[in-house]
Design a binder for this molecule. Structure first.
Ligand code: ADP
Ligand code: G6P
Length: 491
C-alpha cells in the first residue's frame, strides 16, 4: 500500500498517511448548539475521553469518532493539537447502534447485568453496520504498517473487520469497561461474533487481570481456541490478552490544583457550604455508579441521628448521560425524588443537606471541587476502573481528604490500602464507612492518601498508554508454557 500525502474532501484535508490512529465511538469533542443558538464544540463526557485525549495530544495521530450529533456530517479538522476524523451516524443508527446495542445491550450485560439487557436483532444489525463504517474509515486513514488502537465496547467488531481490509496494520483493542464472566456473556445471542471480532486484534487490553482471564476462558469454551496462558492462538496468529489498568493525567491535575484561581474557587465553595464536612460525588448519571445507594445511606444517617443537619453536606454532581435510554430516564427521576425527599426531611431554609447538580463542569471547576471535598464518595455497583477516584487522589497533594471506594470499581485493585472500601449493596456497611471516613483525623488521612498517591503518580495515563503501545509494537512472543511438573523421586 502506498502512503499518500492526503487528499482534499469538502475543501478540507484528509490524511491518508497516519502512523497512529485511534478509533473510538466518540470524538473528544461533541457538536452542540451553544447558549447563543450557534453551533459549538464541547468536551465529550466520560472516562475514555479523559484518558485518550492527553495521549493523543502528545503523539501525532488521527482520532476517528462520532461527533455526538445525529445526521450530521463534518469534514476532518484539527482541535487542541489533535487530528479529528468524524464519522456520521443517522438518527436511526444512533437509536439502534448507540442507544440500543451499545448502551441497552452491552453496557448492562458487561456491568454484571445490574439492569436487564435488551436483545434485539435490529440493534445487532445496526451494530454490525456502524462497526463496518468505522473499520472502513480506519483502513482509509492508516499508513502502511500503522498502529491502530480501537477503543471500547461500542466497536468490538472493528478489529476483525479492519484486519480483513488491511492485514498490514498492527491492531490493538482496549476495553474500558468490565469484561463479564462466561456465565453472563453466554446470554448474548451474538457471543461468537463478538469474540471473533476482538480476536482480529494483535493485543486485546482489559482493565483487570480477571477480565483478561474471562476473555481467554471464553475463547476456549466458545470457539475451541487453543491458548498458552493469556496468548490465544487464532487463525495462525497469536492474540495477546493482557491487563492494563488505565489512569489519569497527573500532570494536568497537578497544574490545575497549583493555579491560584482554582485554589480560591475551592475556598469559595467551602465558604458557601458553611462549616459542614463536605462529601462529594462526581459521576455520569448512570445506574452502574451506585448514586441511589449513596443517597440512601447518607439520608439514613440523618434519620438515625448519627449526623445532624449542618454537620455534613453531600455535593452530588451528575453529568447528563444517554438521556434517551429508558433506564437512564428512570434513574434520573429516582435520584431527583430521593434528593427532594432527603432535603425535604432534613434540610433547612438556605441549607439543603444534598446539593445536586445535573450538569457538566470544566476541568478547573472539577479540580476545585476535589480540593474542597473532605470525603470523596465513589460507590459504583460495577465499574471498569473509575477515573474520578484517581483524579481525587491526584489532586490531593496536601495529603488531606478521604476516599470511600466501592470494592466493585476496578480502581479498588490499586487503591485498596488507602481507601475506605465499601460494598455499596450493603447500606448499613456503607453508612458505617461514610462515618469512619468523616471521622478520620489528619494523620490517618495523610497516611492513606500517601499510599494511594504513590500508586497513582507512578502509574499515570502516560505510562498506561506507553505500556500498551510498546506491547503492541513488539511482535508476539508466545508466553512460555509452564514446565511439566517435576516428578519427586522417592528416597
Ligand atoms: P465513566 O467513564 O463511566 O464516565 P470515570 O469515572 O472513569 O467514569 O470517568 C468519568 C470522567 O468524566 C472523569 O474524567 C471525570 O472527571 C469526568 N466527569 C464526571 N462527571 C463530570 C462532570 N459533572 N463534569 C465534568 N466532567 C465530569
Ligand atoms: C464510558 C465508556 C465510554 C463512553 C463514556 C461516555 O467511559 O467507557 O466508551 O464514551 O462512558 O458515554 P457516552 O455514551 O456518552 O459516550
Amino acid at each position: 500500500m502506498v502512503i499518500t500525502m492526503g487528499s482534499k474532501r469538502g475543501g478540507s484535508f484528509v490524511s491518508r498517511g497516519s502512523e497512529f490512529v485511534v478509533v473510538a465511538n466518540r470524538l473528544p469533542v461533541d457538536r452542540i448548539v451553544g447558549e447563543d443558538g450557534k453551533p459549538a464544540w464541547r468536551r465529550s463526557p466520560g472516562g475514555l475521553v479523559s484518558a485518550i485525549a492527553p495521549v493523543m495530544r502528545s503523539r501525532k495521530g488521527t482520532w476517528i469518532g462520532w461527533a455526538g450529533a445525529p445526521d450530521e456530517e463534518f469534514d476532518p479538522f484539527e482541535e487542541d493539537g489533535m487530528s479529528l476524523h468524524p464519522i456520521a451516524q443517522s438518527a436511526e443508527e444512533v437509536r439502534l447502534y448507540y442507544e440500543g446495542f451499545s448502551n441497552a445491550t452491552l453496557w448492562p450485560l458487561y456491568h454484571d447485568v445490574v439492569a436487564p439487557p435488551v436483545y434485539d436483532r435490529a440493534m445487532w444489525d445496526a451494530y454490525v453496520r456502524v462497526n463496518n463504517r468505522f473499520a472502513e474509515a480506519a483502513a482509509e486513514v492508516a499508513a502502511e504498517g500503522a498502529m491502530v488502537w480501537v477503543q471500547d465496547y461500542q466497536l468490538q467488531l472493528v478489529p476483525a473487520m479492519l484486519r480483513k481490509l488491511r492485514p498490514d496494520l498492527r491492531i490493538g483493542f482496549f476495553l474500558h469497561i468490565p469484561f463479564p464472566p462466561l456465565e453472563l456473556f453466554w446470554q448474548l445471542p451474538w457471543r461468537r461474533q463478538i469474540l471473533e471480532g476482538l480476536l482480529g486484534a494483535d493485543l486485546v487490553g482489559f482493565q483487570l487481570p480477571g477480565a483478561a482471564a474471562n476473555f481467554v476462558r471464553l475463547c476456549r469454551r466458545l470457539l475451541d481456541a487453543r491458548h498458552v496462558k493469556q496468548d490465544v492462538l487464532w487463525e495462525g496468529r497469536i492474540v495477546r490478552a493482557r491487563a492494563f489498568p488505565i489512569s489519569v493525567d497527573v500532570e494536568e491535575l497537578n497544574d490545575l490544583v497549583a493555579r491560584p484561581d482554582v485554589r480560591e474557587r475551592a475556598q469559595e465553595i467551602r465558604a458557601d457550604l458553611g462549616d459542614a464536612t463536605v462529601l462529594l460525588g462526581v459521576d455520569r448519571l448512570d445506574y452502574t455508579k451506585g448514586i441511589t445507594q449513596r443517597l440512601q445511606a447518607f439520608g439514613e444517617l440523618f434519620g438515625d441521628g448519627r449526623l445532624s443537619p449542618g454537620q455534613a453536606v453531600l455535593v452530588q454532581i451528575a453529568t447528563p448521560s444517554r438521556e434517551r435510554v429508558e433506564q437512564y430516564q428512570l434513574l434520573r427521576e429516582e435520584i431527583e425524588q430521593q434528593v427532594g425527599r432527603i432535603n425535604g426531611e432534613y434540610g433547612e431554609i438556605g441549607f439543603p443537606v444534598v446539593h445536586y447538580m445535573h450538569s457538566s463542569y470544566d476541568r478547573a471547576e472539577l479540580a476545585a471541587l476535589y480540593l474542597a471535598a473532605d470525603v470523596m464518595v465513589v460507590t459504583p455497583l460495577r465499574d471498569g476502573m473509575n477515573l474520578v477516584a484517581k483524579e481525587y487522589v491526584a489532586c490531593r497533594s496536601d495529603l488531606r481528604g478521604a476516599l470511600v471506594l466501592s470494592e466493585f470499581a476496578g480502581a479498588a485493585m490499586e487503591l485498596r490500602r488507602g481507601a475506605f472500601q465499601v460494598n455499596p449493596y450493603d447500606i448499613d456497611g456503607l453508612k458505617g464507612t461514610l462515618l469512619a471516613a468523616l471521622e478520620a483525623g489528619p494523620g490517618e488521612q495523610a497516611r492513606r492518601m500517601r499510599t494511594m498517591r504513590r500508586r497513582v503518580t507512578e502509574h499515570d495515563v502516560d505510562r498506561w498508554a506507553k505500556t500498551f503501545l510498546s506491547e503492541l509494537e513488539n511482535p508476539a512472543r508466545p508466553e512460555p508454557a509452564d514446565p511439566p511438573p517435576v516428578a519427586v523421586q522417592a528416597g
